[in-house]
Design a protein around this ligand. Structure first.
Ligand SMILES: [Fe+2]
Length: 158
C-alpha cells in the first residue's frame, strides 16, 4: 500500500454544468492534489527544491491559462460581470506571483537541496489559500455566469 494515498480536493459541488470550465476546474484541483502529495512526502527527505519550483509554477501557469479561457468565454457571451471576474483573476495571479517570488524566494533556491521547513510551511499555506480561493470563486462568482451560458447554448454553442 502506498504511504501517501492521493488526495481528491475537487468536490462535486463545484460542478457548474459548463463542460469546458468544469474540466479545467477539475484539472486545477488535480494539480493541488499533486501539491498536497509533495507536501506529504517532504518529511521523508526526498523532495527537493526543484519539485517545489515546478509545482508552484504549475499552479500559477494553469491558473493563468484557465482565467484566460474563462474570460474569453465570458466576453463572447457579453457577460455583465466580466470586469469583476477579470479583477478577481488578476488579484489572485498577483498574490500567487508575490508569494512565490517574495515569500518562497524560489529564484534563490538550489534545485537539488531538500525543501526547507520554512518553504514546506509556505507550501502548505499556499495549498490552503489556493484551495479555499478557488472553491469560493467557483461557488460565489463563477456560479453567476452559468445561467447566461446555458440559456445561450442552443443558439451559440461553444
Ligand atoms: Fe472565474
Amino acid at each position: 500500500m502506498p504511504l501517501n494515498t492521493p488526495e481528491n480536493l475537487w468536490k462535486p459541488e463545484y460542478l457548474l454544468d459548463v463542460g469546458s470550465m468544469d474540466e479545467q476546474h477539475k484539472h486545477f484541483f488535480k494539480i493541488l492534489d499533486v501539491l498536497s502529495r509533495v507536501i506529504g512526502e517532504a518529511g521523508r527527505d526526498i523532495i527537493k527544491n526543484a519539485h517545489l519550483y515546478s509545482i508552484v509554477w504549475e499552479v500559477r501557469r494553469y491558473s493563468q491559462k484557465h482565467f484566460h479561457d474563462e474570460e474569453t468565454l465570458l466576453q463572447k457571451y457579453g457577460y455583465q460581470g466580466f470586469s469583476d471576474q477579470c479583477s478577481e483573476h488578476d488579484k489572485f495571479l498577483r498574490y500567487i506571483l508575490e508569494y512565490i517570488n517574495d515569500k518562497m524566494k524560489v529564484y534563490e533556491l538550489v534545485p537539488g537541496d531538500a525543501i526547507s521547513d520554512l518553504n514546506l510551511g509556505l507550501m502548505q499555506e499556499l495549498l490552503e489559500y489556493t484551495q479555499q480561493w478557488w472553491a469560493d470563486h467557483i461557488l460565489k462568482k463563477d456560479a453567476l455566469y452559468v445561467d447566461l451560458i446555458k440559456s445561450n447554448k442552443r443558439v451559440k454553442p461553444i
